[in-house]
Ligand binder design. Structure first.
Ligand SMILES: [Cu+2]
Length: 60
């Protein structure tokens, strides 16, 4: 992610996943924090982000 537009896109990608209730994305630290209201696999979140052209490098 390189700018605020990327941050918005990644946020929208994550919010589009069913079960995601809250998303925090940091451009400076290059991370996304996701609050889930139901069980969602990391793979599902990763796929959503990657479908918008962004790479997920690690799982914390
Ligand atoms: Cu950008």
């Amino acid at each position: 992610m390189t700018c605020e537009h990327c941050v918005r896109t990644v946020k929208n990608a994550l919010y589009s996943v069913e079960g995601v209730s809250e998303v925090e994305v940091s451009l400076q630290d290059q991370f996304a924090r996701v609050v889930l209201e139901e069980s969602v696999s990391f793979e599902t979140l990763k796929t959503a982000v990657e479908s918008f052209g962004y790479k997920v490098v690690d799982e914390v």
